[in-house]
Design a protein around this ligand. Structure first.
Ligand code: NQM
Length: 376
């Protein structure tokens, strides 16, 4: 009986044409505290439905364990970068970020990812899209998800990407070569304004919140508003189902206020619970991204949190009780596995939302090439 069943199954799978099971040239790279699959745009289908079907298949989604694919069973390891030569005169490459949802057949381009961005420069040089010129090569990246630009500085001694070095970032063991990321024009890149509700503070379901988009839409909430200290571990927070449903209800309402529409199937806005710093930083965070809790914090997510810390009247500024002076400032955002330092150039920080501006944000990441080959 069993052999007959197997014979029938084999015959039917040979008959089926399965164009999806073909080799796709692919790199696996760590960018900052995330990991993902990197492709040249020309190596994937141009039709987006077909492309998403291929990516779900390669990652092994939908499945909590992603057992039949390359995904790491967590949003931070279920990420994709698609890179191509830029069509714009002021940038070298175009980068499209895709979040492949672990347990649902969903691929989203509504959010950007600054951690995966850290590996885009090395990938572009490895693939010959950008020529390494000096000991350090500047790669100018157009981020297709938001239309904003970034510059990544990559070590390229002898014309090749160097991955080894002494730079460390919290959330990644060991050390590696530094990747410096500089953002110039990210304010309001997803929501149209730095503070998209037009206010430094709003109240949603009786909870004071600050909605901010400095490269990533984020809603800041005081952990104390939920009876939390803010020092809870990501695992503890993920087990708190009452908290998670309150936060999701606020997120859905905030999405509309932030001009993102119905965010029930989007991975933005991120929800950052904030509390007083405990380890020498400016503020402590626990960030829902949005249904799992980040073991650290996203790159652009931390830029948005740092931005909210600076402007008077936000829930973060009220909590940190620190006044910042205009000019170039450094902000340490605490997260579950350490600190994230952001350098920002700001003006009008005491003058309220109308005059407040962030002119630049810069930060350190590292990246690593883990594997190159073909994904089936
Ligand atoms: O905010 C996680 C990550 C991110 C996003 C997330 C990120 C960013 O750590 O720029 O890096 O919030 O989904 O990769």
């Amino acid at each position: 009986m069993l052999s007959m069943k197997i014979n029938n199954l084999m015959a039917s799978s040979i008959e089926q044409t399965q164009p999806i099971l073909q080799p796709y040239p692919c790199f696996i790279m760590r960018g900052g505290t995330s990991k993902g699959l990197f492709f040249l745009a020309e190596d994937l289908p141009t039709n987006t439905d077909e492309r998403d079907r291929v990516l779900l298949h390669l990652m092994g989604s939908p499945d909590e364990r992603q057992i039949d694919g390359l995904g790491g069973a967590h949003p931070l390891t279920s990420k994709v970068a698609i890179v191509s030569k830029s069509t714009r005169p002021d940038t070298d490459v175009d980068y499209l970020f895709l979040q492949v949802v672990v347990n649902k057949a969903e691929v989203s381009t509504t959010q950007n990812c600054g951690n995966i961005l850290a590996a885009v420069g090395p990938f572009a040089i490895e693939k010959g899209l950008v020529k390494a010129t000096n000991a350090v090569t500047a790669v100018r990246i157009h981020m297709l998800n938001t239309g904003a630009n970034a510059v990544a500085l990559i070590e390229t001694p002898d014309g090749k990407v160097n991955y080894e070095g002494s730079a460390t970032i919290d959330g990644v063991p060991g050390s590696a070569a530094p990747v410096l990321l500089d953002f110039l024009d990210i304010a309001g890149s997803s929501c149209g304004a730095l503070f998209p509700t037009g206010k430094a503070q709003d109240v949603i379901f009786d909870i004071p919140v600050t909605c901010v988009d400095n490269g990533m839409p984020v809603v800041l909430l005081n952990a104390a508003s939920f009876g939390l200290t803010g020092a809870e571990s990501p695992a503890e927070l993920e087990q708190n189902h009452a908290l998670k449903s309150k936060i999701e209800a606020i997120r859905l309402a905030a999405g509309k206020l932030m001009h993102l529409g119905d965010v029930s199937k989007q991975t933005v806005p991120k929800m950052s619970l904030i509390s007083p710093a405990l380890n020498g930083g400016v503020v402590s965070t626990r960030t829902f991204i949005p249904h799992r809790v980040h073991d650290a914090i996203g790159v652009l997510g931390s830029v948005s949190v740092a931005t909210a810390c600076v402007l008077q009247g936000t829930v973060a500024n009220d909590l940190v009780q620190h006044s910042f002076s205009d000019g170039t400032i450094s902000i340490d955002v605490e997260h579950p596995t350490g600190l994230f330092t952001i350098e920002m150039t700001v003006s009008g920080s005491c003058e309220g939302i109308e005059n407040f501006a962030v002119h630049r944000a810069a930060l350190l990441r590292t990246a690593r090439l883990l594997m190159r080959g073909e994904a089936y």
